[in-house]
Design a protein around this ligand. Sequence first.
Ligand code: ATP
Length: 306
Amino acid sequence: MTSIVVLGSTNMDLVVYVPRAPALGETVTGRSFRTVPGGKGANQAVAAARAGGEVAMIGAVGADGFGTQLRATLEHCAVDTDLLRTSEGPSGTAHVVVDDEGGNAIVVVPGANGTVTSLTHGDEALIGTADTLLLQLELPLSVVVEGAVTARRLGVRTVLTPAPTQALPPELLAATDLLVPNEHEAAALTGLTDPREAAQALLRDVPEVVVTLGAAGSLYAVRGAEPVAVPAPRVRAVDTTGAGDTFVGALAVALGEGRPAPEALAWAQTAAALSVRREGASTSMPYRVEIEAAFRSPDSLEANAV
Ligand code: ATP
């Protein structure tokens, strides 16, 4: 079984649905409220576990009720949380206001995620047992760099999702095997709005790049070859939240199983397409049996497309 370690964030998303977002100083009455376990790290861990990977998570939850829930959610999805710390203070939270137009405003408070500033010997030993280390940018940059450099030294494949967007230090790029930006992140990192040109530019720093393009699929670029476009299955999208994390989690599993990159991308896109047909982020992520069935007969997946 593919063994994956995620070094990343856990957040409780606190989502309010409102007719319109309040201006500063204003109070509005919301329609409804829900709490949703999330964080890019935890989402990728759940996606990879459901896609059939053996997954362990390094990060931190707070010493509060959200922390208990976040840990329980990961464990329920068979993610190993032995090295998920419980730090003093609150868990990471994302405060999300969604208006009737589907627009949103988000405030993220890192909380416990901000306390993960370096790796322990145990973390290093765990990373050394993995095929792949998944990284994002919701933990302090110092530990993300340390994770990538450690994995590189131990011969473990590193996959970096450069979100939320920020400048990437050269030592992080130098230790990244596969960079997976969405098209906005690719443009922000390179200043190039054409995803092909952006992918080519990113190849100067990393050997492999996948730019995700939403409903249009993704672009696979490797040094020395023309970028390959991999179209996504056509589905009726209900909620695309977490599509990117579903894609990365499933991609890590497929690559770890030795599937060639274009096939691994198509498999991961099948997983992401299944997830956008359902509401929620981690709650919408498909299980391996669903991914396999839809991958074998894409017609079944596309049958209900508009
Ligand atoms: P998010 O932030 O919503 O989680 P993202 O911006 O990181 O996503 P996207 O490029 O939007 O990433 O989507 C990732 C992958 O999910 C795409 O490459 C595609 O395979 C799949 N996907 C996203 N939206 C759709 C859609 N409407 N129909 C089919 N597949 C989709």
